[in-house]
Design a protein around this ligand. Sequence first.
Ligand code: PEP
Length: 254
Amino acid sequence: MRNHVMAGNWKMNKTFSEAVELASGLAAELKGGVGDVDVIVAPPAVDLKGVAEVIEQEQAPFALSAQNVYFEESGAYTGETSPSMLESVGATYCIIGHSERRGYFGETDEDVNKKAKKLMEHGIVPISCCGESLEVREAGKHVEFVCDQVRRDTEGLDLSDPSKYIIAYEPIWAIGTGKTATADDAEEVCGAIRRTLAEVFGQETADGVRILYGGSAKPGNVGGFLEKDDVDGALVGGASLKADSFAEMVRAAM
Ligand code: PEP
């Protein structure tokens, strides 16, 4: 039995005060509880502490995620953030390998794998993103491409507690474009990811890892994805920037 996950990726949006306002708004929207859904918000790094304070003060039913991390403990890595730093401000999840990080900042599968290992040493749950470009999908190679990514991203990880590792399947052509994959498209790839995990780590582990869909998910379409056996929730960009829309998606996952 896998609990649903609804994770909001705020990307490079919201100043400190705006982030606090959004977190407070979401706390108010979700006052009635979220059942057994794991609700997660991922504000920009400079907003983490402010959102952590809102969560604590308002006893909000959501957890805090970072959007990125570096895989060294400390030192001369200007501009980077270590897992201990994330831990110190209350982040319990961290997105890694987002296609925007891979595309604009050259993040590789090797980096994603190192980041996952380091986060897990600190007890922070990685939300590890994978997904194909339009070119790969049009060539009919998307399943093979994504499963290869997952093999590389998970190499050597200790998944003995599979609830502590989350995968987000995000077809790049569907992110922020308004073009959504169909629920069947998502299930095809999420199912293949789960079979890959079963081959590498065994069926029990594969059955415990949550696999999310991401790419223009919104209140009107999220229900269709959640009905699929291998889709355990959503990683949401644009629609997570409004408390009422995101809360509606959380309720759809309950
Ligand atoms: C994302 O940022 O991970 C994402 C899926 O964005 P959007 O929902 O805006 O497509």
